[in-house]
Ligand binder design. Structure first.
Ligand code: 4AD
Ligand code: MG
Length: 484
């Protein structure tokens, strides 16, 4: 095809006064004269002025919302208000018709996000989802740039694995066995030694353990890939398939880990602000409109852009789990028994209502909680020395909590001492023989190291101001849904 001029460059005035070729999808067509065309290269659409007299009536009829068209014409300065440049069409070609009667995306009445989720194959064509997915792309790119600039290596860890990294057991099984008649052993259990991999396999819940192996030679690595959790969480924060970024750094402690995570989050937010201003301005307005529908008391104090800026300008609040429990115990909603799960004492796992209280009410900014009770955290986290005033054993864990999101990052310094790690695994019934490969890093040249996992969709959720995680991944997977 003859090369087209993308709308993003035309709207900068590139090619002004000369003939251009623009191709895209019709957003609207007014008075048989003004065609609004979008090609995805930018949030903005371009106005094409159609000469009714010189255009075949059959072509005019086929210019409908959603149709794919090509236009040859002159890029001129627009006399009308609302746009600086427009294209005066001299020739129009229809690539793909779009029957207005049938098309599920009539943009006249703003379709609800719920409805759009049901037609996720078409929702890219709306302003909102165009903006969301351009921002998502920018943030993915920012992540690679951040790590590349700092000397990290991008390490691809397996999607199919036989290990349960988190020890949480919420995995999707991968098998080629005949589910109608699976082979069974003498005890009547399914015999996975006859399965494809000669053992039971599953989709990964995290690439961390393999990333640790890489970090023990390459020094600084990160993963960025899909992870899978078969937890039955039907919330606006959980997906069954989500993307996670997992850096792992040799010769690093919890403090370094917190610094890295805070730097990464701020870098990505700044990158979006610097590179996605059209999309973010639109999303900010969308959120402001949505907020107006809410009762005054539930509205957020800051607009989207203000909130992002605020995150950049303020240090994340760092405190220990033990300190957080004291704050929560003394808090109004706990005293007045408004929390669903009351904080009675040390050791309880924090629920999202507690995290939200700390972030949104108490500190009013992102918070990093550290040194959680060992009992509520994974086996690989480094065991802390006992400390006065701390009732039980803790680990060098860190969770970063964000306003409106809750946990966005989970990580820790890793237990590098073979004896302590083995003992902990035995206590938690994690098979040490099967995990020989993980323990080998502690046998041969172990060193202090740390890492974390950043939930990519939760970060995109925060930056776009969307309210449901299913709206920031192109094709969400959640209980009861694997459509498209
Ligand atoms: O806290 P998680 O479970 O930590 C790990 O998987 C560690 N292995 C990470 C590491 O240290 N390398 O998950 C990390 C982050 C969470 O903070 C959250 O942002 C996101 O992943 N996450 C989810 N995002 C969407 N849907 C889900 N079901 C998620 N579960 C976790
Ligand atoms: Mg976690």
């Amino acid at each position: 095809m003859v090369k087209r001029n993308e709308i993003a460059s035309l709207l900068k005035g590139e090619g002004l006064g000369s003939e251009v070729i623009v191709r895209g999808w019709v957003r609207s067509f007014r008075n048989n004269q003004f065609m609004i065309l979008n090609d995805g290269s930018t949030f903005h659409s371009i106005q094409v002025v159609v000469d009714q007299e010189k255009t075949d009536a059959a072509i005019l009829k086929r210019i409908t919302v959603g149709a794919a068209v090509g236009v040859k014409g002159k890029l001129t300065e627009s006399l009308g208000k609302g746009q600086q440049f427009e294209v005066s069409a001299t020739a129009i070609e229809i690539y793909g018709d779009c029957d207005a009667e049938q098309y599920p995306l009539q943009l006249k009445n703003r379709p609800s996000l719920e409805y759009l989720r049901e037609i996720a194959h078409l929702r890219f064509r709306t302003n909102t989802f165009g903006a969301v997915f351009r921002v998502r792309h920018a943030m993915a790119f920012a992540i690679h740039r951040f790590f590349n600039d700092r000397g990290f290596y991008y390490l691809n860890t397996p999607i199919v694995t036989a290990s349960d990294a988190e020890g949480a057991g919420e995995m999707f099984r991968v098998t080629t066995l005949d589910m109608e008649k699976p082979p069974r052993n003498a005890q009547g259990d399914i015999n996975f030694s006859e399965d494809f991999f000669g053992r039971s396999a599953n989709l990964t819940v995290s690439g961390q353990l393999e990333a640790e192996l890489g970090a023990m030679a390459l020094g600084k690595v990160y993963t960025f890939g899909p992870t899978f959790r078969a937890e039955n969480s039907n919330t606006t924060r959980h997906l069954a398939e989500f993307w996670m970024i997992e850096p792992e750094v040799a010769f690093a402690d919890l403090e370094d880990n917190m610094d890295l995570a805070e730097d990464l989050l701020k870098y990505c937010i700044r990158y979006a602000l610097d590179h996605c201003s059209d999309d973010l301005n639109f999303l900010a307005q969308r959120l402001a409109d949505e907020e107006k529908q809410k009762p005054q008391a539930e509205r957020s104090e800051m607009g989207l852009l203000e909130k992002l800026q605020f995150c950049l300008e303020n240090n994340f609040e760092r405190l220990t789990y033990t300190e957080a429990i004291e704050i929560l115990k003394a808090s109004k909603p706990n005293q007045k028994k408004q929390f669903k799960y009351l904080i009675e004492g040390w050791g309880a796992d924090l629920q999202s209502e507690h995290e939200r209280y700390l972030v949104e009410k108490h500190f009013k900014k992102p918070v990093i909680l550290t040194n959680y009770p060992a009992a509520i955290k994974a086996f690989y986290m480094r065991q802390d020395e006992p400390k006065e005033g701390v009732p039980g054993p803790t680990v060098s864990a860190m969770d970063i909590l964000f306003p409106g999101i809750g946990e966005i990052v989970g990580g820790s310094q890793r237990e590098e001492r073979l004896d302590k790690l083995t003992r902990r695994m035995e206590e938690m019934h994690i098979p040490t023989e099967e995990m020989y490969w993980y323990l080998d890093t502690r046998r041969y040249g172990s060193c202090p190291h740390a890492g974390f996992g950043l939930g990519f969709e939760r970060m995109v959720l925060f930056v776009t101001g969307m309210t449901n995680i299913r709206d920031v991944i192109p094709f969400p997977r959640f209980p009861g849904n694997a459509e498209f």
